[in-house]
Design a protein around this ligand. Structure first.
Ligand SMILES: C[S@@+](CC[C@H](N)C(=O)[O-])C[C@H]1O[C@@H](n2cnc3c(N)ncnc32)[C@H](O)[C@@H]1O
Length: 344
């Protein structure tokens, strides 16, 4: 028979994943509802906070108390404010948008979607795109800029296929005033978010947007726009899951045949889920383990570097450069950027 005094320490340890689940979900809502931004700017009493956001005071108090117990909020003379730890989370909200807002429903559906023949699990595609763009600010955008710098001449015209909420494009155009861009996003909500981002930054004259899949863009949209380079940031594995190698080959060949001399910048995550040496890394367990898990459930297919090297060669492309993310951001070596061009 189990002795109660020996159960409790094991129970506490066994419940840590549930604590993490409630904590991650609460933080996601804390960001998404605007409460985080509000408390970053000023310390407020429960009543004021509830009033400003039109929230139920009893429910809001439970959320605030939970976050206070987790060390995210502090309370002084009845006013709530962020702790240093809470403030420090701001940079990382994109991970919460993508993994909780975008894929929270996916994780909850996993059991039934393990069944052979069951359809893919759902996800909130707009939040996946928005979160991914926010994460890209730290990893993929600097990587893209670094690869772009290797393109000869003066590459100014960019086509971003699968642009999410266009944050990526907006950052580019803000940092590089000579750049003009076209963003293509198939998810209607993601596309609407992109329209809002472009408008709010006053970039309508430099960024055009189309709601379309990458393949339909080439099949249907008739344009005289001639991009110097095309960015595919975490999009080829979506296409690979949707239409297999044939779809990716059609896109890569179609793009490089239609636009002579165009360069491609592709960013992908190396599939190393079964490599114990890689998966020992702190960031591999904090992020990539969950990231790898959700892909086969949502009709996405991550692949290895060797796979992409082979597919690019079959598409008639040469790899001009292959680069990892800045190791001070991510030293797993799992995120890789390629600069490609049609083999001459
Ligand atoms: C992981 S997000 C990446 C967003 C952005 N490119 C970035 O680097 O952060 C993948 C994006 O690809 C889009 N996508 C999915 N299938 C696509 C397709 N067939 N053609 C173009 N984009 C697609 C999704 O809607 C989503 O916005």
């Amino acid at each position: 028979m189990l002795r109660v005094d020996s159960l409790e320490p094991r129970l506490i340890e066994a419940l840590q994943p549930i604590r993490g689940f409630a904590f991650a979900t609460t933080l996601y809502h804390f960001f998404e509802t605007g409460l985080f931004d509000c408390l970053r700017d000023s310390e407020l009493a429960l009543g004021e906070l509830a009033e400003r956001h039109g929230m139920d005071p009893a429910r809001l108090e439970a959320l605030l108390s939970f976050l206070q117990n987790e060390g995210i909020l502090k309370q002084h003379e009845g006013r709530y404010g962020l702790t240093a730890r809470g403030l420090g989370l701001e940079d990382f909200r994109g991970w919460y948008t993508m993994l909780v807002g975008g894929y929270g429903q996916t994780f909850l559906q996993m059991g039934e979607r393990l069944q052979r023949g069951s359809p893919p699990a759902t996800r909130d595609a707009a939040r996946v795109g928005v979160g991914s763009c926010a994460i890209s600010y730290f990893d993929a955008i600097p990587l893209t800029r670094s690869l772009m710098a290797r393109i000869p001449g003066n590459p100014n015209r960019l086509l971003d296929l699968g642009c999410g909420n266009a944050l990526y494009l907006a950052e580019f155009c803000t940092a590089l005033p000579q750049v003009e861009a076209w963003g293509v996003e198939p998810d209607p909500e993601g596309y609407q978010a992109a329209v809002r981002v472009v408008r709010s930054r006053g970039l309508e004259s430099r960024i055009r947007l189309t709601c379309s899949t990458a393949l339909d863009f080439f099949r249907v949209v008739d344009t005289t726009y001639r991009p110097d380079f095309i960015v595919l940031g975490f999009v080829l594995h979506e296409l690979l899951g949707q239409g297999g190698e044939a779809a990716v080959l059609e896109l890569l060949r179609g793009a490089t045949e239609r636009f002579q001399g165009v360069h491609l910048i592709v960013i992908e995550v190396d599939q190393q889920m079964n490599n114990p040496r890689v998966m020992r890394h702190g960031l591999a367990m904090a992020y990539y383990n969950a990231y790898y898990l959700l892909h086969p459930f949502t009709q996405q297919r991550l692949e290895t570097r060797a796979f992409w090297d082979d597919l690019f060669a079959r598409a008639g492309l040469e790899v001009l450069a292959r680069q990892d993310v800045d190791p001070s951001v991510d030293s797993t070596g799992l995120e890789v950027g390629y600069l490609l061009r049609k083999k001459s």
